[in-house]
Write a protein that binds this ligand. Sequence first.
Ligand code: URP
Ligand code: ZN
Ligand code: ZN
Ligand code: ZN
Length: 469
Amino acid sequence: MLDTVIRNAEIVTAADRIRAEIGIRDGRIVTIAEDVGPAREEIDAAGLLALPGGIDAHVHLEQPQGGGVVMADGFESGTRSAAAGGNTTVMPFALQQKGQSLREAVQAYHEAADGKCFVDTSFHLIITDPTPQVLGQELPALVKAGYTSFKVFMTYDDMVLNDAQLLDVFDVARREKAMVMVHAEGYDAIRYMAKRLEEAGKTAPYYHAESRPQSVEREATHRAISHAELTDVPITIVHVSGRDPMEQIQWAKRRGMNIWAETCPQYITLTSDDLKGLNMDFEGAKYVCSPPPRDLDSQKAIWEGLRDGTFDIFSSDHCPFRFEDDKGKDAPGARTSFRWVPNGIPGIETRLPILFSEGVSKGRIPIERFVALTATNPAKLFGLYPRKGTIAVGADADITLWDPAREVTISQSLMHHDCDYTPFEGLEVTGWPVRTILRGRTIFENGEVTGSRDAGVYLERGTSQAFGA
Ligand code: URP
Ligand code: ZN
Ligand code: ZN
Ligand code: ZN
């Protein structure tokens, strides 16, 4: 006897669209057939699509910040919001603070997360202090324990790595077969620009965008790719914002290099004009993220890249700060300069509806590509496939039932996060998740999160398919 059957849905994967029933037992998909027989729980999904649960491979939850700034979402509210957005797995970062051992950082994140997750989780490591101990002992041990990806930063005062350090980390990644995610923006160029803008009295949030133009991102992207070539390691360039850095990625891919790329909802929906607020006021802080949103030509380029394979994954880069305090009026130094506005915007709940509506409903990408970008490819790139990221016999029964015709206007009142705004307020979308199923259990249905905060499990990961695994 099956535990659950989903009938009458159209099943969509990265490869296929089929009409069939899905039979679930013990949290896994055990049969897909025209008629799978009886089950204890019957789900009638007539008129709905059955999609693999979303995998958001780039989210920041409860990440320590300097200056008394606190992220709006911890694991509980962040994963609740993820479930409501049709996701069954999220991948937050465990940040190593300078002077801290990586082991300690990972331990602290498990303590923050354990028992507080509505969906499954797995951590990437952020390396800010690549000491000989970290490179020689801690990283190899952690990769073997299933932490098979790291993020490195080419900017930010408290996180930036210089070229020698980047090369050292890349070298360990090649030896241990770990995927490195690179935040590619050039530190010195940004500092130069920020100083000049401040000296000219240009301090409103909008100047955050002017302080880090595409050339800054293009240069760092090329530098990261060159270092990856030298050390013979695959890397993923994350949160790519426009045509200039894309051209570097396309150049590398054309040469057969093992380079992967991610983009995010903000780069197809927002522009730097959003950072102007109403009249260059602090409202613009709501859109401050890095790299910043660009212009309409960049959005066009991003669509080309989503279609043609320049981009492999589509993540939210959910990095929420409350406008009423840390983004806006109470932020340390926030009213004096864009430089003090914490970088990042919320979006864990709106990622899938935005790509579905702007991409699939508007005819820009086929639905199989949507599934690849938001679930299958993240699972393959980060060592979760085939347990996660597809609808197949033997996979976890992580399934999102999707209403392709539902029209919704995105608004803060609909959100399940603990942030006090959404940067996508007022965006009209067609297509919305109506039910999220995690390992066979319904955790979200018709606008309500019905799962429990200890339902999510921690996932140890295997090797990225970028290594041919
Ligand atoms: O502005 C952003 N994206 N903040 C989050 C941290 C990061 O760089 O991904
Ligand atoms: Zn844990
Ligand atoms: Zn980043
Ligand atoms: Zn990020």
